[in-house]
Structures are given as structure tokens and as C-alpha cells.
Design a protein around this ligand. Structure first.
Ligand SMILES: [Zn+2]
Length: 141
């Protein structure tokens, strides 16, 4: 029994979750790059255009993104300390020390804020988006 789209009258209409899962396939390919001498296996997900169009809403990055920002922030801070410390010798000025402390606090605060925002998004916004996605239909003709 063909389902007819109420919006455009097409009978080639399907639900987004179905279109998405139908268009996603995992692949594994082997190749031997010249000069490398070993076989490299490439694995991944292949998606058709329709599957990409019908991709489900992504959850916000939460704890891991926060940690990532912390790590990057601290790595940058460490580099700055290395450079400024190297330039100023052992006698680092108070201003630089305060600036570093400020950067540290700012990066922690930013990571915490990002994590909280992501958790709130995943709890309050994402379920609604998922429900809408499940009710979305797509016409292919
Ligand atoms: Zn339609």
C-alpha cells in the first residue's frame, strides 16, 4: 500500500529513521599502499545522500568536550609558561603569573559551563528533536 505525502502528493515517501538506516552501510576495505609494505584496512560508515539528509539529531558534546577543552587550554598555558619563563628567566613577573592563573580559571570555568550546557541540551532539547525526527517523512520523487 503506497503512502501518499500530504504535502506534495508523492507516493515515494518514507520515514526519516527508515531512510537513514537504509542508506547507511558499514564498509571495510583493504589496500596495500606502495612503499608501505603492509596491508591497511579502512573501516567506516558509508552514507547515501538521503541517509545524510535524514541523519538523526546529534547529542551535544558534554563531559568529553569539556575535558578536551581543558586539556587544550592547559597545553596552551603550558606552552605560554615555557616561552615566557624562558624569556624572563627564573624571575617571572607577577603580572604574568596572574595572567596564567586567570587563564587557568577561565578554562576550567569554560569547560564546566560547556559540560552543563551540553547536559541540559541533551536532557531538555534533544528528546524533542528526536521525536520530531521520528515523525519526519521524506519524499524521494
Ligand atoms: Zn512530500
Amino acid at each position: 500500500m503506497p503512502i501518499t505525502c500530504p504535502a506534495c502528493g508523492s507516493d515515494r515517501t518514507q520515514s526519516c529513521p527508515a531512510a537513514h538506516s537504509a542508506g547507511v552501510s558499514s564498509f571495510a576495505s583493504r589496500s596495500t599502499p606502495m612503499g608501505l609494505g603492509t596491508t591497511v584496512t579502512t573501516e567506516g560508515l558509508a552514507m547515501t545522500g538521503l541517509a545524510t539528509q535524514c541523519a538523526p539529531p546529534e547529542p551535544a558534546l558534554t563531559f568529553r568536550a569539556g575535558c578536551g577543552i581543558l586539556v587544550i587550554g592547559w597545553a596552551v598555558l603550558f606552552l605560554v609558561m615555557l616561552v615566557t619563563g624562558g624569556l624572563a628567566g627564573k624571575q617571572q613577573s607577577d603580572a604574568v603569573g596572574w595572567l596564567e592563573m586567570l587563564c587557568l580559571i577561565a578554562s576550567v570555568a569554560f569547560a564546566v559551563w560547556l559540560t552543563c550546557r551540553g547536559i541540559r541540551y541533551n536532557a531538555n532539547v534533544l528528546p524533542g528533536l528526536l521525536k520530531t525526527w521520528q515523525r519526519t517523512w521524506i519524499c524521494t520523487a
